[in-house]
Design a protein around this ligand. Structure first.
Ligand code: NAD
Length: 495
């Protein structure tokens, strides 16, 4: 693994104080906390945290906004979201740099993320004008009509790993459906979230109160939002264990929840797959975003016939990856998000050494450039028992567990052997096998001869402990609506 280059690609950064005077949509009057750069430890922003009273203000304003024209005017909502998509695109370079500085990811990936966020906003801008119910004859002179109404005030709680696409894939359909939204970003990514919301909040046609942001810890600010009686729905993306807590607290107020949770996704390679394509796919599935993607293909499941050759060639590729600063264009593997994550992932690598065989990476990253940042070497571990922690637990870092199978039934068994069911990948040239496994694997998304491809049009979500509800696509919009039935009886009496 080669060392990062000198940090000449880095211009000096002056920490920003947030919220600034022209960001009234951020309701925050508490103590200040710092958000730092995972590559250098530098302060990126000093952010004033919200207090429960700020949450209350945001929710009260959102409830008031639900009495205005926002809920009934799809064309207005479409215009606002369309302009938002344009603003994200116009500001892509600036937002991508801030995203890399605060979250750590590679600049090229940060740009893809900003544009992905714009895509969600644009897709749902169109959907805002196409929300339909049904009309039906129920008997002589009796008619029924269903309407899809907004749920009301929606709390959108986001994680730090893809803080913009995971924000807009809930925010945009919630707004398109006519809801008011209070956003709570992860404490590690407040600055990029505030920056990305700013053009939407500044839209001259966005009614007062429809959008607010509260910042701070999940345990205080997130919890106050989830428990607030004025919140009707919680769209949560984060860890499975946090999702369970959110659901418990939401149950006290019988609130609707949408939960996008953790994963430990299998990526299965058959001997009949084109090997070069599958090698690229396996490496990208496990290591892009430094493994910090909920759908990361973190379990590679290889058909025995090709396992040795595949693993040897994969190990060569992994050893050649450059670990370094996300702002350095030559970096393949950017830092993980925090010291806490770094420590946890290095502990898993140690465990991998004891429970299996480390076939790539795993070594110490020596050199000055690595000292101030949260770097972790991309690592491949083989020879693991199906019940080992490396196979079963979400590591959320660049660690790939490898397993081997002999036939299709065993591949399915290994694929389904965890409590998660978020995504899976299949590499095969057999259409029959792709169909059979596509149906048998317990996951919300199964990619065939590709991996981690997302489209605003196509629903995603979790089976088992990976979540509840679906995001993206038409179903992702319907999640943010309630169905109302109107019954018209044209007959003279009820009896
Ligand atoms: P996390 O669960 O720690 O936090 C997610 C959000 O919830 C943050 O904003 C946090 O402040 C807030 N929160 C924490 N405790 C809360 C509480 N008690 N009440 C209300 N809010 C609370 O997750 P994270 O570490 O930010 O993100 C990583 C996790 O997210 C991984 O498990 C990953 O798989 C998952 N994830 C899932 C998807 C998906 O689409 N399924 C996408 C991205 C990330």
């Amino acid at each position: 693994m080669s060392a990062p280059s000198a940090t000449t690609h880095r211009a000096a950064w002056t920490p920003v104080d947030l919220p600034s005077g022209d960001q009234p949509f951020v309701r925050a009057r508490g103590a200040t906390f710092e958000s730092t750069d995972p590559a250098t430890g530098e302060v990126v922003a000093r952010v004033r945290a919200s207090e429960p009273a700020d949450v209350d203000d945001a929710v009260t304003a959102a409830r008031a906004a639900m009495r205005g024209r926002w809920r009934d005017d799809g064309a207005l909502r479409g215009r606002v979201l369309y302009r938002y998509a344009q603003a994200l695109r116009e500001n892509a370079d600036r937002l991508a740099e801030l995203l890399t500085r605060e979250q750590g990811k590679k600049l090229a990936e940060a740009r893809i993320e900003v544009l992905g966020a714009a895509n969600h906003a644009e897709y749902y801008a169109g959907q805002a004008r196409a929300i339909h119910g049904r009309a039906m004859a129920l008997g002589p002179n009796v008619h029924g009509v269903t309407l899809r109404e907004p749920v009301g005030v929606v709390a959108v709680i986001t994680p730090w790993n893809w803080p913009l696409t995971l924000l807009t894939r809930s925010l945009a359909p919630a707004l398109a459906a006519g809801n008011a939204v209070v956003v709570k970003p992860a404490s590690l990514t407040p600055a990029i979230t505030i920056a990305a919301l700013e053009p939407l909040a500044a839209d001259p046609e966005l009614p007062e109160g429809v959008l607010a942001c509260v910042v701070g810890s999940g345990g205080v600010v997130g919890d106050a939002l989830v428990r607030h009686p004025g919140v009707d729905m919680i769209a949560f993306t984060g860890e499975s264990s946090t999702g369970v807590d959110v659901m418990k607290h939401a149950a006290e107020g019988l609130k609707k929840v949408s939960l996008e949770l953790g994963g430990k996704s299998p990526n299965i390679v058959f001997a009949d797959a084109p090997m070069d394509k599958a090698l690229d796919g396996a490496a990208a599935a496990a290591f892009s975003s430094t493994g910090q993607i909920c759908t990361a293909g973190s379990r590679l499941i290889l058909e025995r016939e090709i396992a040795d050759e595949f693993l040897t060639r994969l190990a060569e590729r992994v050893e050649a990856l450059r670990v370094g600063d996300g702002l350095d264009p030559s970096t393949d593997i950017a830092p993980v998000v925090s010291r806490g994550q770094q420590r946890a992932i290095l502990d898993y690598i140690e465990l991998g050494r004891r429970e299996g065989e480390v076939v790539a990476g795993g070594g110490e990253l020596a050199g000055e450039a690595y000292e101030s940042g949260c770097f972790v070497p991309p690592t491949v571990v083989s020879g693991l028992a199906p019940d080992s922690r490396i196979v079963q637990e979400e590591i959320f870092g660049p660690v790939l567990a490898v397993q081997v199978f002999d036939d299709d039934d065993e591949a399915i068994e290994l694929a389904n052997c965890t409590r998660f069911g978020l995504a899976a990948g299949l590499w095969t040239s057999s259409l029959q096998r792709a169909w059979r496994l596509g149906r048998e694997i317990e996951a919300g998304t199964v990619w065939i001869n590709t991996y981690n491809r997302f489209y605003s049009e196509l629903e995603v979500g979790g089976f088992k402990e990976s979540g509840l509800g679906r995001q993206q696509g038409v179903v992702g919009l319907e999640e943010f609506t309630d169905v109302k039935s109107l019954n018209f009886d044209g007959n003279p009496t009820l009896w």
